[in-house]
Design a protein around this ligand. Structure first.
Ligand code: SAM
Length: 213
């Protein structure tokens, strides 16, 4: 029912909480969470009627109309007080930033983010607001995706290295993270063979230090 990417997100959600999935055109994640008994109730939020009607179709297909609710909402503007966990996945950094800027982050227990680009900018945003990165995963699902769980609990600023690679990923050094770094290293070496840029050389060195030390 779920792609590896969405399955990894589901694995980061604790049992018994109400989830709001922002940008849920297929509603697959909220339906899965309820079907598997992870969530008693979930919301599929969408900014536009077109994608929201696709969410409704999935909810009806699984017969979950009494537990998964489609909501027309720009970000969390129409999220109720019962929501504890927010998922924002499959979007670009600027859209995610807009959604976070427009809500009261401290109202929720935690957020799970999966940006399709500029993950370092997302970590910088989290750091600039003194939020806490609680968990991070890398998943390979055609591409490598990074998933970040953060809360509004106060945290000191993250270091530039942590912003770039992820504080939890650096600490856990799991296999998928190391494969992701190896792929990035090979890609940068290829580009740098042609472009010869100092910043690429530096990043290659940095990645090698993480991989081989
Ligand atoms: N979250 C799903 C996933 O990860 O597979 C679907 C991602 S889909 C590429 C992005 C969806 O986000 C689109 O259906 C779009 O309409 C919706 N979207 C974009 N901006 C939004 C916003 N500000 N509030 C709610 N939904 C939004």
């Amino acid at each position: 029912m779920l792609s590896e990417r969405l399955l990894q997100i589901a694995n980061m959600i604790e049992k018994g909480k109400t989830v709001f999935d922002v940008g849920s055109d297929h509603a697959l994640l909220p339906c899965f969470l309820v079907k598997e008994g992870i969530c008693p109730k979930a919301y599929a939020g969408e900014i536009a009627e077109g994608p929201l009607s696709r969410s409704r179709e999935t909810i009806e297909k699984y017969g979950l109309e009494d537990k998964v609710f489609p909501v027309l909402s720009d970000g969390l503007s129409h999220a109720g007080d019962d929501v504890s966990i927010v998922v924002i996945a499959g979007m670009g950094y600027h859209t995610i930033k807009h959604i976070l800027d427009s809500c009261d982050v401290s109202r929720y227990q935690y957020f799970i983010l999966q940006s399709n680009n500029d993950v370092d900018k997302l970590r910088q945003y989290i750091s600039d607001h003194s939020y806490t990165i609680e968990d991070e995963r890398v998943v390979h699902d055609g591409f490598y995706y990074q998933i970040i769980r953060f809360s509004a609990d106060l945290h000191d600023s993250y270091t530039p290295k942590e912003i770039k690679y992820g504080p939890i990923l650096l600490r856990n050094r799991d296999e998928t993270f190391l494969s992701y770094l190896e792929e990035r290293r090979m890609r940068l070496i290829k580009i740098n063979d042609r472009a010869h840029r100092d910043e690429y050389t530096e990043t290659i060195k940095e990645i090698e230090e993480i991989l081989y030390n």
